[in-house]
Design a protein around this ligand. Structure first.
Ligand code: NAD
Length: 264
Protein backbone atom coordinates (compact mmCIF):
# COMPACT_ATOMS: atom_id res chain seq x y z
CA UNK A 1 0.00 0.00 0.00
CA UNK A 2 1.30 3.47 -0.89
CA UNK A 3 1.74 5.84 2.06
CA UNK A 4 -0.48 8.91 1.86
CA UNK A 5 1.67 11.02 4.14
CA UNK A 6 1.73 14.07 1.86
CA UNK A 7 -1.95 14.25 0.86
CA UNK A 8 -2.97 17.89 0.51
CA UNK A 9 0.64 19.13 0.66
CA UNK A 10 2.49 21.01 -2.06
CA UNK A 11 6.13 20.19 -2.63
CA UNK A 12 8.64 21.94 -4.90
CA UNK A 13 11.68 19.88 -5.87
CA UNK A 14 14.40 21.77 -7.76
CA UNK A 15 16.49 19.90 -10.29
CA UNK A 16 13.73 17.29 -10.33
CA UNK A 17 13.82 16.49 -14.04
CA UNK A 18 16.39 13.76 -13.48
CA UNK A 19 18.44 11.67 -11.07
CA UNK A 20 18.11 12.25 -7.35
CA UNK A 21 15.49 15.00 -7.76
CA UNK A 22 13.26 12.80 -9.89
CA UNK A 23 13.40 10.03 -7.26
CA UNK A 24 12.45 12.54 -4.55
CA UNK A 25 9.59 13.95 -6.65
CA UNK A 26 8.34 10.40 -7.25
CA UNK A 27 8.33 9.70 -3.50
CA UNK A 28 6.23 12.79 -2.72
CA UNK A 29 3.87 11.99 -5.60
CA UNK A 30 3.46 8.45 -4.24
CA UNK A 31 2.66 10.04 -0.90
CA UNK A 32 -0.31 11.87 -2.42
CA UNK A 33 1.26 15.32 -2.67
CA UNK A 34 1.01 17.95 -5.39
CA UNK A 35 4.53 18.08 -6.81
CA UNK A 36 6.21 20.90 -8.72
CA UNK A 37 9.03 19.53 -10.86
CA UNK A 38 11.27 22.60 -11.17
CA UNK A 39 14.31 22.45 -13.41
CA UNK A 40 16.37 24.60 -15.75
CA UNK A 41 15.54 22.07 -18.48
CA UNK A 42 11.81 22.65 -19.06
CA UNK A 43 11.29 19.89 -21.65
CA UNK A 44 12.85 17.33 -19.37
CA UNK A 45 10.84 18.67 -16.41
CA UNK A 46 7.62 18.28 -18.42
CA UNK A 47 8.52 14.70 -19.35
CA UNK A 48 9.23 13.87 -15.70
CA UNK A 49 6.07 15.59 -14.40
CA UNK A 50 3.97 13.68 -16.94
CA UNK A 51 5.55 10.39 -15.86
CA UNK A 52 4.55 10.84 -12.20
CA UNK A 53 1.36 9.22 -10.92
CA UNK A 54 -0.40 9.77 -7.63
CA UNK A 55 -3.40 11.21 -5.88
CA UNK A 56 -2.08 14.74 -6.31
CA UNK A 57 -1.20 16.78 -9.39
CA UNK A 58 2.26 17.19 -10.89
CA UNK A 59 3.40 20.45 -12.46
CA UNK A 60 6.48 21.35 -14.48
CA UNK A 61 8.10 24.73 -14.18
CA UNK A 62 11.32 26.17 -15.53
CA UNK A 63 13.65 27.68 -12.97
CA UNK A 64 17.23 28.79 -12.87
CA UNK A 65 17.98 28.61 -9.16
CA UNK A 66 20.80 31.17 -9.58
CA UNK A 67 18.36 33.84 -10.70
CA UNK A 68 16.23 35.71 -8.16
CA UNK A 69 13.42 36.63 -10.57
CA UNK A 70 13.24 33.08 -11.88
CA UNK A 71 12.97 31.69 -8.34
CA UNK A 72 10.25 34.24 -7.47
CA UNK A 73 8.31 33.15 -10.58
CA UNK A 74 8.60 29.49 -9.51
CA UNK A 75 7.14 30.26 -6.08
CA UNK A 76 4.41 32.52 -7.53
CA UNK A 77 3.46 29.83 -10.05
CA UNK A 78 3.21 27.29 -7.22
CA UNK A 79 1.05 29.51 -5.00
CA UNK A 80 -1.23 30.35 -7.96
CA UNK A 81 -1.79 26.70 -8.88
CA UNK A 82 -1.77 25.08 -5.44
CA UNK A 83 -3.31 26.08 -2.11
CA UNK A 84 -0.04 26.46 -0.24
CA UNK A 85 3.66 25.74 -0.36
CA UNK A 86 4.53 23.18 2.30
CA UNK A 87 7.87 21.67 1.31
CA UNK A 88 10.87 22.86 -0.69
CA UNK A 89 13.66 20.46 -1.63
CA UNK A 90 16.83 22.23 -2.76
CA UNK A 91 18.27 19.53 -4.97
CA UNK A 92 19.45 21.29 -8.17
CA UNK A 93 23.17 20.82 -8.50
CA UNK A 94 26.08 20.44 -10.84
CA UNK A 95 29.33 18.53 -10.54
CA UNK A 96 32.82 19.69 -11.26
CA UNK A 97 35.85 18.11 -12.83
CA UNK A 98 38.72 17.18 -10.53
CA UNK A 99 41.32 19.89 -10.87
CA UNK A 100 44.08 21.10 -8.53
CA UNK A 101 42.87 24.18 -6.67
CA UNK A 102 45.61 26.44 -8.04
CA UNK A 103 44.54 25.55 -11.58
CA UNK A 104 40.82 26.01 -11.01
CA UNK A 105 39.50 29.03 -12.90
CA UNK A 106 37.43 31.65 -11.17
CA UNK A 107 34.68 30.89 -13.69
CA UNK A 108 34.56 27.24 -12.60
CA UNK A 109 34.52 28.20 -8.92
CA UNK A 110 31.71 30.68 -9.54
CA UNK A 111 29.73 28.24 -11.71
CA UNK A 112 29.66 25.63 -8.93
CA UNK A 113 29.12 28.06 -6.04
CA UNK A 114 26.30 29.87 -7.87
CA UNK A 115 24.12 26.83 -8.49
CA UNK A 116 24.62 25.26 -5.06
CA UNK A 117 25.07 28.14 -2.63
CA UNK A 118 23.31 31.06 -4.30
CA UNK A 119 20.62 28.66 -5.54
CA UNK A 120 19.93 27.21 -2.09
CA UNK A 121 20.05 30.68 -0.52
CA UNK A 122 17.60 32.23 -3.02
CA UNK A 123 15.13 29.34 -3.18
CA UNK A 124 15.05 29.04 0.62
CA UNK A 125 14.55 32.69 1.43
CA UNK A 126 11.93 33.21 -1.27
CA UNK A 127 9.98 30.03 -0.48
CA UNK A 128 10.20 30.83 3.24
CA UNK A 129 8.05 33.96 2.84
CA UNK A 130 4.71 32.12 2.36
CA UNK A 131 5.83 29.35 4.75
CA UNK A 132 6.49 31.88 7.52
CA UNK A 133 3.13 33.55 6.85
CA UNK A 134 1.27 30.25 7.14
CA UNK A 135 3.43 29.30 10.16
CA UNK A 136 4.42 25.93 8.77
CA UNK A 137 6.78 24.53 6.20
CA UNK A 138 9.82 22.34 5.70
CA UNK A 139 12.92 22.85 3.61
CA UNK A 140 15.26 19.95 2.88
CA UNK A 141 18.65 20.61 1.31
CA UNK A 142 20.66 18.04 -0.59
CA UNK A 143 24.19 18.29 0.71
CA UNK A 144 26.90 15.61 0.36
CA UNK A 145 29.54 13.74 2.35
CA UNK A 146 31.85 16.16 0.51
CA UNK A 147 30.40 18.89 2.74
CA UNK A 148 31.73 17.15 5.88
CA UNK A 149 35.05 15.77 4.59
CA UNK A 150 37.28 17.61 2.14
CA UNK A 151 37.28 16.19 -1.37
CA UNK A 152 40.60 17.15 -2.95
CA UNK A 153 40.61 18.84 -6.35
CA UNK A 154 36.92 19.70 -6.08
CA UNK A 155 37.34 22.95 -4.19
CA UNK A 156 34.08 24.45 -5.40
CA UNK A 157 31.89 21.40 -4.84
CA UNK A 158 33.19 20.55 -1.35
CA UNK A 159 33.06 24.18 -0.22
CA UNK A 160 29.60 24.66 -1.70
CA UNK A 161 28.23 21.65 0.17
CA UNK A 162 29.80 22.84 3.45
CA UNK A 163 28.15 26.22 2.84
CA UNK A 164 24.81 24.49 2.28
CA UNK A 165 25.25 22.80 5.68
CA UNK A 166 25.70 26.21 7.31
CA UNK A 167 22.78 27.78 5.40
CA UNK A 168 20.70 24.89 6.73
CA UNK A 169 21.60 25.78 10.32
CA UNK A 170 21.29 29.56 9.99
CA UNK A 171 17.86 29.42 8.33
CA UNK A 172 16.74 26.71 10.78
CA UNK A 173 17.37 28.81 13.85
CA UNK A 174 15.97 32.01 12.30
CA UNK A 175 12.70 30.39 11.27
CA UNK A 176 12.17 27.79 14.02
CA UNK A 177 9.79 29.87 16.12
CA UNK A 178 7.53 30.40 13.10
CA UNK A 179 7.09 26.70 12.36
CA UNK A 180 9.48 26.47 9.40
CA UNK A 181 12.04 23.68 9.70
CA UNK A 182 15.23 23.44 7.64
CA UNK A 183 17.25 20.23 7.43
CA UNK A 184 19.61 18.53 5.01
CA UNK A 185 20.73 15.11 3.92
CA UNK A 186 24.30 14.29 2.99
CA UNK A 187 24.55 11.31 0.62
CA UNK A 188 27.65 9.41 -0.41
CA UNK A 189 28.04 8.57 -4.13
CA UNK A 190 24.57 7.74 -5.34
CA UNK A 191 23.67 4.53 -7.07
CA UNK A 192 22.49 5.60 -10.49
CA UNK A 193 24.08 4.47 -13.71
CA UNK A 194 25.55 7.78 -14.73
CA UNK A 195 27.18 8.38 -11.35
CA UNK A 196 28.70 4.93 -11.26
CA UNK A 197 30.23 5.78 -14.64
CA UNK A 198 31.42 9.09 -13.25
CA UNK A 199 32.83 7.44 -10.14
CA UNK A 200 34.80 5.11 -12.37
CA UNK A 201 36.09 8.01 -14.44
CA UNK A 202 39.61 8.94 -13.45
CA UNK A 203 38.86 12.62 -13.92
CA UNK A 204 35.98 12.70 -11.46
CA UNK A 205 37.37 10.95 -8.40
CA UNK A 206 40.95 11.94 -7.88
CA UNK A 207 42.49 11.45 -4.45
CA UNK A 208 45.72 12.70 -2.91
CA UNK A 209 48.40 10.64 -4.62
CA UNK A 210 46.00 8.48 -6.58
CA UNK A 211 42.45 7.90 -7.72
CA UNK A 212 39.33 6.22 -6.42
CA UNK A 213 37.45 3.69 -8.51
CA UNK A 214 34.16 2.01 -7.74
CA UNK A 215 35.85 -0.82 -5.80
CA UNK A 216 37.78 1.53 -3.53
CA UNK A 217 34.68 3.66 -2.94
CA UNK A 218 32.76 0.53 -1.92
CA UNK A 219 35.65 -0.61 0.31
CA UNK A 220 35.72 2.81 2.03
CA UNK A 221 31.95 2.63 2.66
CA UNK A 222 31.05 0.45 5.70
CA UNK A 223 27.88 -0.89 4.03
CA UNK A 224 29.91 -1.62 0.86
CA UNK A 225 27.11 -0.06 -1.17
CA UNK A 226 26.58 3.24 -2.93
CA UNK A 227 23.70 5.29 -1.53
CA UNK A 228 20.39 4.15 -3.00
CA UNK A 229 17.79 6.51 -4.41
CA UNK A 230 15.31 4.82 -2.04
CA UNK A 231 17.35 5.75 1.05
CA UNK A 232 17.60 9.31 -0.22
CA UNK A 233 13.94 9.82 -1.03
CA UNK A 234 12.73 8.21 2.22
CA UNK A 235 15.16 10.35 4.25
CA UNK A 236 13.94 13.51 2.53
CA UNK A 237 10.30 12.51 3.14
CA UNK A 238 11.11 11.86 6.82
CA UNK A 239 12.71 15.30 7.26
CA UNK A 240 9.83 16.94 5.38
CA UNK A 241 7.19 15.22 7.52
CA UNK A 242 5.26 17.41 9.93
CA UNK A 243 5.38 14.52 12.45
CA UNK A 244 8.84 15.66 13.60
CA UNK A 245 8.33 19.32 14.59
CA UNK A 246 11.44 19.33 16.82
CA UNK A 247 13.87 18.24 14.11
CA UNK A 248 15.47 21.31 12.59
CA UNK A 249 19.01 22.35 11.71
CA UNK A 250 20.02 18.70 11.24
CA UNK A 251 22.29 17.35 8.54
CA UNK A 252 21.59 13.65 8.18
CA UNK A 253 24.35 11.54 6.63
CA UNK A 254 22.78 9.08 4.18
CA UNK A 255 26.08 7.50 3.31
CA UNK A 256 26.34 3.91 4.55
CA UNK A 257 28.56 5.03 7.43
CA UNK A 258 31.13 6.78 5.17
CA UNK A 259 31.32 9.91 7.34
CA UNK A 260 31.44 7.98 10.62
CA UNK A 261 34.33 5.79 9.44
CA UNK A 262 37.70 6.93 10.82
CA UNK A 263 40.10 4.93 8.69
CA UNK A 264 40.62 5.13 4.96
N1 NAD B 1 24.91 11.81 -7.68
C1 NAD B 1 25.63 11.73 -6.56
O1 NAD B 1 26.47 10.84 -6.38
C2 NAD B 1 25.41 12.73 -5.47
C3 NAD B 1 26.02 12.54 -4.20
C4 NAD B 1 25.79 13.48 -3.19
C5 NAD B 1 24.98 14.57 -3.44
N2 NAD B 1 24.42 14.75 -4.67
C6 NAD B 1 23.61 15.92 -4.90
O2 NAD B 1 22.32 15.55 -5.34
C7 NAD B 1 21.78 16.58 -6.16
C8 NAD B 1 21.28 15.99 -7.47
O3 NAD B 1 22.35 15.33 -8.12
P1 NAD B 1 22.12 14.33 -9.35
O4 NAD B 1 23.17 13.29 -9.24
O5 NAD B 1 20.70 13.91 -9.42
O6 NAD B 1 22.49 15.29 -10.56
P2 NAD B 1 21.83 15.38 -12.02
O7 NAD B 1 22.85 16.09 -12.86
O8 NAD B 1 21.35 14.04 -12.47
O9 NAD B 1 20.56 16.31 -11.80
C9 NAD B 1 20.68 17.66 -11.45
C10 NAD B 1 19.47 18.40 -11.99
O10 NAD B 1 19.62 19.79 -11.64
C11 NAD B 1 19.26 20.58 -12.76
N3 NAD B 1 19.93 21.87 -12.69
C12 NAD B 1 21.25 22.14 -12.89
N4 NAD B 1 21.48 23.45 -12.78
C13 NAD B 1 20.28 24.03 -12.49
C14 NAD B 1 19.88 25.38 -12.25
N5 NAD B 1 20.75 26.40 -12.32
N6 NAD B 1 18.59 25.62 -11.95
C15 NAD B 1 17.69 24.60 -11.91
N7 NAD B 1 18.00 23.30 -12.16
C16 NAD B 1 19.30 23.04 -12.43
C17 NAD B 1 19.69 19.75 -13.96
O11 NAD B 1 19.01 20.16 -15.16
C18 NAD B 1 19.35 18.34 -13.52
O12 NAD B 1 18.04 17.96 -13.89
C19 NAD B 1 22.89 17.61 -6.35
O13 NAD B 1 22.72 18.68 -5.44
C20 NAD B 1 24.15 16.82 -6.01
O14 NAD B 1 25.20 17.64 -5.58
C21 NAD B 1 24.59 13.83 -5.68
Amino acid sequence: MEPSDFLGKTIIVTGAASGVGKAIATRFMNGGGDVVVADIDLNHAKETAESLNGAGTSYAVQVDVRDEQSVKSMVEYTLKNCDSLDVLVNNAGIFQKSIPSIEQSLEEWTRVMDVHVQGTYLCSKIAAVPMLEQKQGAIVNISSNAGFAAFPYRTGYSTAKAAINMLTKVFAIEWASDGVRVNAIAPNFVEKDRTIDRALGEETVRTIGGGADLDSILARTPTHRLTSLGSISESVAFLASDKIPDVTGAILPVDGGWTAYGYY
